[in-house]
Design a protein around this ligand. Sequence first.
Ligand code: KG4
Ligand code: ZN
Length: 313
Amino acid sequence: MIRSQDALHAPYGGVVPELAARAHLQSLVPVIERALENAGTRWEQVDGVAVTRGPGLIGCLLVGVNLGQAIAWARKLPVIGVSHLAAHVFAALLEEPDLHPPVLGLVVSGGHSDLIRWHTDGSISVIGRTLDDAAGEAFDKGARILGLPFPGGPAIDALAAKGDPRAIRFPRPRAPGLDFSFSGVKTALLYEVRKRTSISEQERADLAASYQEAIVDALLQRVEGALFPSPARGGGSGWGPEPTVVIGGGVARNRRLREAARSRLGNTAHLVIPAPELCTDNAAMIGAAALIEWDRRGPDPAPFDADPALGFA
Ligand code: KG4
Ligand code: ZN
């Protein structure tokens, strides 16, 4: 079960931080009660509490961190605060519990486009990041340019299915090394739209498909760059004979990304893209991250603070 706030924010064309925090306040207790009920689990069977410590909007994080510690305190349970970003990678464990590092991870969400290496010692380092917009932001802003509703990712995904991805050749980002940049392709889309006095439905679908293709291509180029080192791009080795690649975050729901990743990487890498409902923000992935972090460092001494700028650890 996932409770979404999309409808709440849609009229504003983006997430309104204060509304988001207030909606968290109203949703969390009923969601926890429903989740326990659906799982047929009683409070007595709960061994510990996992909560997102960051990154994200501080108002939302404070609601969660506060409630997590309050439950732990009231029920005398251990509590652990984990990274939302790392959890997008660890979501893969919900499908492949034996997954182990080294893993190359691509986290693509509304706020992040990160390429990471999950090392055999359990630590995570970021080997590529976006220099401007995140991939999800590129989808959301592109959708707005095309006159599509928020959130833009699913809207572009759906419309692109009816369009030709080769209709317009959008520029591929020229960020150096393993970093991403999406502002150029977004501006190119804006110019394509502006130079038309009217846009037919087919043209809109072609624009959506071509724009999506440029984003997907840019993402996979960097994954390939990280897997197969080249003097121009850097990239690393040491992934083993069949490198494991995990793609997670809301943008990993994108059907073209899933399909293109399978065809481009499927033969050379062990590719794990969790089921769509495990890619969008969800609490199961926070539980998966907690199991990994627990083995590494145990529970957190409460009280602890939320960290809106937290990285992968
Ligand atoms: O990980 P997530 O659920 O929340 C954050 O942590 O940000 O990611 C949300 C992002 C939004 O930008 C949304 O437009 C994008 O994921 N998204 C998609 C799709 N579904 C969600 N982007 C492309 N295609 C989709 N099907
Ligand atoms: Zn997320």
